[in-house]
Design a binder for this molecule. Sequence first.
Ligand code: AHR
Length: 493
Amino acid sequence: MARITIHPTATIGTVQPALHGHFSEHLGRCVYDGLWTAADTAEQGYRDDVLELFADIEPPVLRWPGGCFADDYHWEDGIGPRATRPRRRNLFWAQGRAQRWEESNTFGTDEFLTLCERLEIEPYLAVNVGSGTPRQAADWVEYCCADGDTELADRRRANGRELPYDVPFWGIGNENWGCGGQMTPEQYARAFRRYATYVGAMDRHVASNLELIACGFQRNEWNRRFLEEVRSGAWGTEFPLDHLTFHHYYGGTVTVTDADLDSYDQFLVDARAIEELIDATAAAIDAVATTRDIGVIVDEWGAWHPEATADNGLEQPGSVLDALSAAAVLDVCNHHADVLTMTNIAQTVNVLHCLVETDGEDAWPRPTYYVYDLYRKHRENLAVRTDVDAPTRQVADDVLPLVAGSASVDGDHIFLTLTNLDCRSAHDVAIELPGAHVTAVDVQLLFADHDPAADTTPETATAFGPAPLSVTDDSLACTLPPATVAGVDITHA
Ligand code: AHR
């Protein structure tokens, strides 16, 4: 029996909607054949079927254009009449079904920002630090967000967009310790300060409230060294950044369709290791500044299985196991709502831990899509302390709790999400709410009828959606079948 005790007054922080964000890169079939039609020619357009699926789960934020691609992307290649945009190398990734290491620039800034407006998504642009300049980055802000009498604002107007776009999030490079220029933390800190001087100064020229995002690293002393060096002595704010990021991929040894139950356990342990990375990043910030001023972002995360290779556009099956790991990660994020400002799962469509898959005319949700749909009820609630007393399993040197979860409150409503991380057995769960009188409860369950390795197809996808689960009213007890996710809506007096 697992016992979940919710403490509705022990608040952690607001669950920022951006904790449920997404990431799209010019990689494989994410943009071309994912968000945009496969034929990357001038006449083609958005994949409405994909956008409609995403509209239904209300993505709060979308990061673009990379990833590694961002640090060799020159935004001016992707504006203006599509027929005259240059074809360029794609230095890092093959694209489309034809797997060409080329970029047509058919989908550029206006296409991306229009997509965001259509779905009411907050855009997050990653500027080119590795092979670009601070001037190009500041110019990009001006093109997107300025309303003045300047050549760049006029160029946007000439390209069909009169009003400035609102672009709040500006990432200064991507993985600059690696594909973004192989910098040391000190080198990146100096580059960051230069970019922050010019991109940050655009704040006074545009209506958008610009938030600057720095790339951190998930290992060693990178973050502490970066923060110590980026601290400015003479001019401007002491710390010229609003958020510090890291990336978290897991599952590199787990081939889902050919794995055993022990490797499922290891996979889930590795997914939950995001908790240590959040703690370590927050601690690095707190050592030199404060997490109240600099938020923690996980701007790429998700399952990355051996099936996904650069040669296949990082495509891999999308299983119930992946969805279970996503739910476990989102629960961990709720427990850290005091420091986390955004997370973006990689990558929206067809690539890695995507939520939607396409094949020709078909577009359909993967199991993880249903987790995002279920977890929407946490958004803007106050995350609260939730103690889980559950059976555990020893997994090599780690311990996997077999039931996990998180809760958030909105007035007299509590939303609790639970995962049965045990792919072998069902678990009974008792939910306790000390001092509260429960007046109504509704439980929706995902994946009860599916094996952890199961993937969706266009025909079967809807069967992976939620089904009601009965609860013993007086004791708030339920049974979670193996490898399932539950959303529990509680109303109390
Ligand atoms: O998401 C795929 C790649 O993973 C991104 O381009 C890079 O940032 C990360 O290493």
